[in-house]
Design a protein around this ligand. Structure first.
Ligand SMILES: [Fe+2]
Length: 234
């Protein structure tokens, strides 16, 4: 009969092949799990409409847009699906911008030292990106102008994401209590919900956004109107 310590030793040898295989494998597995947990939390937040402070909420938006950009980049030039993804990017970005403009930047102006300059710069960047999105609406996926504009939008938005995540968000976190950040998160989620139904990025086979929304003005303007209530008062 083996003694207790010998038995435990054998169990460890038999039952933890991953641990025995080396440290790096273990850490990779842990990172993988972290990714899955993060993804589940992200799904919960988006579908239950609750949870996560404003920084988590907006960073999740950034990740979704980045995923759509990656989808576009992985398709060959001229593929019609690139236009479908571009419409989804536009809807996500307008929703994101309207929510940031309504709640994030006013908070930045009020609470972050030097916040006015930060907010002004972000608003300028939003206006530029929106113009690019409006221009992009005019071209189909097989037009070289579409490729040029999609590339321009990616550069603009990736710069926006870097600016916010590396500069604005850390400064906001320093200036705000966790409760305030949570409250802003709820407001931002609420602002984004006002908009009409959209095809979720995970369901790209749905019809393009511009067929779901009422016809008339361009996609960017229709999204802005729907979110902000602009045009309803007249
Ligand atoms: Fe943002």
């Amino acid at each position: 009969m083996p003694g207790p310590s010998e038995s435990v030793g054998r169990e460890v040898r038999n039952a933890t092949p991953r641990l025995r295989a080396g440290k790096w494998r273990g850490s990779r597995a842990v990172r993988g799990l972290g990714h899955i947990t993060g993804h589940i939390n992200h799904i919960k937040e988006r579908h239950m409409g609750h949870g996560g402070d404003v920084i988590t909420e907006l960073t999740t938006d950034h990740q979704e847009v980045e995923e759509l950009f990656t989808n576009i980049e992985e398709l060959p030039a001229g593929d019609r699906q690139r236009k479908v993804y571009a419409d989804q990017v536009t809807m996500e970005l307008v929703r994101h911008s309207v929510a940031e403009e309504a709640y994030l930047y006013p908070a930045v102006r009020e609470l972050v030292p030097g916040g006015d300059a930060l907010a002004d710069k972000e608003l300028e960047d939003h206006a530029e990106a929106e113009q690019t999105m409006k221009d992009m609406e005019n071209y189909e996926a097989d037009d070289p102008q579409f490729d040029m504009l999609v590339g321009k939008l990616m550069t603009e938005i990736r710069t926006h994401i870097r600016d916010e995540e590396n500069n604005l968000f850390p400064r906001l976190r320093e200036a705000c209590s966790p409760e305030m950040l949570n409250e802003l998160g709820d407001k931002v989620r609420q602002a984004k919900k006002t908009a009409p139904t959209r095809p979720h990025p995970s369901a790209p086979d749905k019809p393009p956004a511009n067929k779901i929304l009422a016809p008339g003005a361009g996609l960017v303007d229709r999204m802005r109107d729907a979110l902000s209530g602009r045009g309803k008062e007249s």
